[in-house]
Design a binder for this molecule. Structure first.
Ligand code: NAP
Ligand code: MG
Length: 472
C-alpha cells in the first residue's frame, strides 16, 4: 500500500496540517492501493509563503542557470521513470504504453523549455523603448487527473523557464503520482520554495491559491464550470489567468476520404485516453452519402479495440478513473438512448469479464443530431456521436455549432480542400489527416474551452509581463 501523507513545501517533505484522508483504488480492479492525507488552507498558505519568499532570487537567475535546473528536473524524472509509469497505470488505469509515452513527454517538457531560454525571448528594442519580459510572480498550477504528470510538467516547465516560482495543486485523483513527482523535485534540488506541491481538495486548498494576494498567476486545466469559478476568484486580486477547459471536438470526414483510414483516424482521436481527453474528437461528421460504409467500418474498428489489463502492452482501452466518473459516463449513454440516438456498437453497462473495474463499453451512436445532449456536452469517456452532413459548408456549420472550441480534426483526400475546412473551424488547434504530437506550437481553446495558450514561447509568455523602459 502506498501512502501520500506529506506535501513538498520549501524544499522539504512536511506533514499535512489537513487530516482528512482518502483511499485510492485501482480503477482496473477496484483493489485498494493507497491512502492520501489531504491538505487544507493552512497547507496551501505555507506553500504560497514559500513560493513568495523564493521568488525574488529565482526571478533573477540567469537563463543559463535556469537551463541547468530544468535539466536537473528532467534527469530526476528520468531516474524515477519506471516508478512513475507503474503508479500512473495503477492509480489512473492508463495502458502501460500510453503511460510511458506521456511520462516521457513530461520529462521532455523540461528539456524543450531550455530552448526558450534565449535573450531575444526576454528583451526587444522598439525605437527608444526597451521591452523586457519580467517574471510574473508566484504561479498556482491547478491540474486535472487525466494524465496528471504530463499536465504538471508542461505548466511547470514554462513557469520555471520564465522565472516564476510555483505552487502545484494536482487533482485528488492523482495524489500517488504526485508523490513520485515530489521525490523528483526534491532530487532535482532547486532552491527551496521554487517548486511546492500540495495535495488537497480544489474547493478549499485549491481556492486558497486562486484567492491569495501573494499569487500573481493561475494556470488551470480542468472543467469549464470550475474554470469559471477560478476566473471569478482570481479577479479580486487581478491575477493573470490561463484556462484550458473542456471540448466537444469535431472530426470531419470529407466525402473524398478513404473511409477505412478516415475511421482509423477518427477512432484514434475519439478514444484518446479512452475518451478522457479534452482534445478527444467526440463528434464524427460523416457525409450522408457514405453513412452506411462509415457505420460498417466504425463498428469493425470499435470491435477490434483491446480492452484489458492496463499492464498488458496490447491493451488500448482503459477503465474510467473512478466509480463516480463511470456512473457519469453511463448516464450520458442512457441519455443518448432516451433522446433517440441509436447505439451502433457498445451501450450501457460493463463489458463482459471486466465487472470489477470501471470499464465502459466503447460506444458509438448513430442517428445523432447536433442538438442532442450527447453531441453538446463533454462526456469525457469512450462515447462518440456520428452526425451526417450534406456538403462542406454544412459540415463546417455543424463543427462550429458547439459552445466549445478546443480542437478539430479533418480527414480527406484533397489536402487543399481539407485545409480549407480546417481553416473555418473555430478552435485553437486543428489536425488534418494525421495526429501531430507537437508540444512547441500553441495549445489552447476558443469560446468555452478557455483562454490563453500553452506550449513553446506562447506558453512561457503566459508567465511573463511585458515592461517598457524609454530612454534616449
Ligand atoms: P476539474 O474538476 O475541473 O478539476 C481540475 C482541478 O481543479 C483539480 O485539481 C481540482 O481539484 C481543482 N479545483 C476544483 N475546484 C477548484 C476551485 N474552486 N479552486 C481551485 N481549484 C479547484 O477537472 P477534472 O475533473 O480534474 O478533469 C476533467 C476536466 O478537465 C474535463 O472537463 C476536461 O475537459 C478538462 N481538461 C481540459 C484540458 C485542456 O487542456 N483543455 C485537458 C485535460 C482535461 P480536485 O478535483 O482535486 O478537488
Ligand atoms: Mg472533476
Amino acid at each position: 500500500m502506498k501512502i501520500a501523507d506529506q506535501h513538498f513545501i520549501n524544499g522539504q517533505f512536511v506533514d499535512s496540517h489537513g487530516r482528512e484522508t482518502i483511499d485510492v483504488h485501482n480503477p482496473a480492479t477496484g483493489e485498494f492501493i493507497g491512502r492520501t492525507v489531504l491538505g487544507d488552507e493552512v497547507d496551501a498558505e505555507r506553500a504560497i509563503a514559500a513560493a513568495h519568499a523564493a521568488f525574488p532570487a529565482w526571478s533573477k537567475t540567469s537563463l543559463e542557470e535556469r537551463k541547468v535546473y530544468l535539466q536537473r528536473v528532467a534527469d530526476a524524472i528520468d531516474e524515477r521513470m519506471d516508478d512513475l509509469i507503474a503508479i500512473t497505470v495503477a492509480e489512473y488505469g492508463a495502458p502501460v504504453g500510453f503511460a510511458g509515452m506521456f511520462n516521457q513527454q513530461a520529462r521532455d517538457f523540461m528539456v524543450l523549455a531550455q530552448d526558450l531560454l534565449k535573450p531575444e525571448n526576454f528583451e526587444e528594442k522598439n525605437g527608444n523603448a526597451t521591452i523586457t519580459k519580467v517574471p510574473v510572480g508566484v504561479a498556482g498550477l491547478l491540474t486535472p487527473w487525466n494524465g496528471s504528470p504530463w499536465f504538471i510538467a508542461e505548466k511547470l516547465a514554462s513557469a520555471l523557464a520564465a522565472g516564476s516560482t510555483v505552487v502545484i495543486k494536482p487533482s485528488q485523483l492523482s495524489t500517488l503520482q504526485s508523490r513520485v513527482l515530489m521525490d523528483c523535485f526534491d532530487k532535482a534540488g532547486l532552491p527551496a520554495g521554487v517548486i511546492n506541491v500540495v495535495n488537497g481538495p480544489g474547493s478549499s486548498l485549491g481556492n486558497t491559491i486562486t484567492r491569495s494576494p501573494l499569487v500573481q498567476k493561475i494556470s488551470f486545466t480542468g472543467s469549464t464550470p470550475v474554470g469559471k469559478q477560478i476566473n471569478r476568484d482570481a479577479t479580486e486580486t487581478m491575477k493573470r489567468v490561463t484556462l484550458e477547459l473542456g471540448g466537444k471536438s469535431p472530426t470531419v470526414i470529407l466525402d473524398d476520404a478513404d473511409m477505412t483510414k478516415a475511421v482509423q483516424f477518427a477512432l484514434f482521436a475519439g478514444f484518446l485516453n479512452t475518451g478522457q481527453a479534452c482534445i478527444a474528437g467526440t463528434r464524427i461528421l460523416v457525409p450522408e452519402s457514405r453513412l452506411e460504409e462509415a457505420k460498417a467500418v466504425l463498428k469493425a474498428g470499435v470491435e477490434a479495440l483491446k480492452l484489458g489489463d492496463p499492464n498488458d502492452p496490447e491493451t488500448t482501452v482503459q477503465p474510467m478513473v473512478s466509480k463516480s466518473h463511470y456512473e457519469r459516463v453511463q448516464s450520458y449513454i442512457r441519455k443518448g438512448i432516451e433522446e433517440g440516438a441509436e447505439v451502433l456498437v457498445g451501450g450501457e453497462g460493463k463489458p463482459e469479464g471486466f465487472e470489477a473495474g470501471n470499464y465502459v463499453k466503447p460506444t458509438v451512436f448513430v442517428n445523432v443530431t447536433n442538438d442532442m445532449t450527447i453531441a453538446q456536452e463533454e462526456i469525457f469517456g469512450p462515447v462518440l456521436s456520428v452526425i451526417t452532413y450534406r456538403d462542406d459548408e454544412e459540415a463546417v456549420a455543424i463543427a462550429n455549432d458547439t459552445a466549445y472550441g478546443l480542437h478539430g480534426y479533418v480527414y480527406g483526400e484533397d489536402l487543399e480542400r481539407a485545409r480549407k475546412v480546417a481553416d473555418q473551424i473555430r478552435a485553437g488547434r486543428v489536425m488534418v489527416n494525421q495526429f501531430f504530437d507537437d508540444p512547441t506550437s500553441p495549445f489552447g481553446g476558443f469560446k468555452m474551452s478557455g483562454f490563453g495558450r500553452e506550449f513553446g514561447v506562447h506558453g512561457m509568455n503566459a508567465y511573463l509581463e511585458a515592461k517598457t523602459v524609454f530612454s534616449a
